[in-house]
Ligand binder design. Structure first.
Ligand code: ADP
Ligand code: MG
Length: 342
């Protein structure tokens, strides 16, 4: 095993004008768990397919440790990369039992008998499906089928596991359960994992690192905590976590929404501008006398609190949490205690 390096890779399909992937550079450390996050059509699957070897990059190189897997001239075929890919549709063979499905990649590689049985048992145990070895896929739930697909990909001890929106077909309850299965699997197997998703909450919950893509480009790679606290640019700010983005003029009354420490922190950033874009998380907005006026435009009861949307005098939207019920149309005062300049 070794770290996986994408060195400035691009993909231009012959049939389209715009490149599907443009100049993506990224290192996934050995044993790392990277989520590749971005809206539909931004190029996530294409990146994964280039890593797996199903597509050749038009430009750039892919390396696993010292070994070059693909560059402008040569390409190692998928079957020689020791990687495994799990898809959204589980692609299990319906006429085979669970054990036969999981053992199939070993059969293809010429492994048989007890050695194969032992590996299949181990793989099934790692996804807690030992008791289901003789069932057919049709007799399993969606979550169990996804676990069979995962076991089948583990059975060959891949260096890198590639997962393309594996939970997209499951309901919310099952997704949460499967997220735990993935985390557990990652820490047990030590495999390097790349997990494609358009769901930011899933990316943040699962991965040790999150890479955000938009329109074929990589916008930011960081830990979930870092990307939440310090998103680089408006697109990442909009995508990650809850929050509101405000444009404030630096002259006149623009910064009156912020309390003094928050304003000072923002002004320490000396990028010259007459107007700044800031990201404000709802937990940093206080409903307080002495703040600026705002009108409640929506209220959502979340059990332990109310999630409130507010409209400022200039029409911009802010989000806040309230401990007690507020009414739509009610006029309040708000103060921002902390904000992040985009
Ligand atoms: P994502 O997985 O993030 O939804 P994809 O990687 O599937 O995005 O697609 C990125 C862009 O590349 C899209 O505009 C898509 O239509 C295009 N694309 C993907 N595969 C092909 C292909 N084989 N031929 C032409 N265009 C493609
Ligand atoms: Mg995709």
């Amino acid at each position: 095993m070794a770290q996986l390096i994408l060195d400035n890779i691009s993909k231009q399909f012959d049939t389209t004008d715009r490149a599907a992937v443009s100049g993506v550079s990224l290192t996934v450390r050995e044993g790392g768990f990277l989520a590749l996050l971005g809206p539909s059509g931004c190029g996530k699957t294409t990146v994964l397919r280039m890593i797996a070897g199903f597509e050749q990059p038009s430009d750039g190189a892919i390396l696993l440790g010292e070994k070059c897997l693909a560059d402008g001239r040569a390409m190692v075929p998928p079957e020689h990369r020791n990687m495994a890919m799990v898809f959204q549709s589980y692609a299990l063979w319906p006429h085979m039992s669970v054990a036969e499905n999981v053992g199939y990649p070993l059969k293809v590689r010429g492994l048989s008998g007890q050695a194969r049985d032992a590996k299949v048992r181990e793989a099934l145990a790692s996804v807690r499906l030992e008791k289901f070895a003789d069932r057919r896929p049709a007799d399993l739930s969606g979550g169990q089928r996804q676990r069979v697909a995962l076991a089948r990909c583990l059975v060959t001890d891949p260096d890198v596991v590639l997962l393309d929106e594996p939970l997209a077909n499951l309901d919310r309850h099952l997704r949460q359960e499967m997220e735990e299965t993935f985390r557990e699997f990652h820490s047990r197997s030590g495999a390097t994992m790349i997990y494609v998703t358009h769901d930011q909450a899933e990316a943040m919950a699962l991965a040790t690192d999150v890479a955000v893509m938009s329109e074929g480009r990589l916008l930011q790679v960081a830990t979930p905590e870092e990307i939440y606290a310090r998103p680089q640019g408006r697109l990442v700010g909009e995508l990650i976590g809850q929050g509101a983005i405000l444009s404030l003029p630096l002259i006149g009354e623009g910064l009156r929404l912020l309390d003094w420490p928050a304003m000072r922190a923002l002004l320490e950033d000396r990028r010259p501008s007459t107007q700044i874009d800031i990201l404000v998380r709802p937990q940093d907005v206080e409903l307080a006398e002495g703040g600026v006026p705002a009108t409640v435009t929506s209220v959502l009861f979340e059990g332990e609190r109310y999630a409130v949307r507010l409209s400022l005098l200039d029409g911009q939207t802010l989000r806040a949490f309230a401990r007690e019920a507020v009414r739509v149309g009610e006029k309040l005062h708000v103060v921002i205690r902390s904000a992040w300049r985009l």
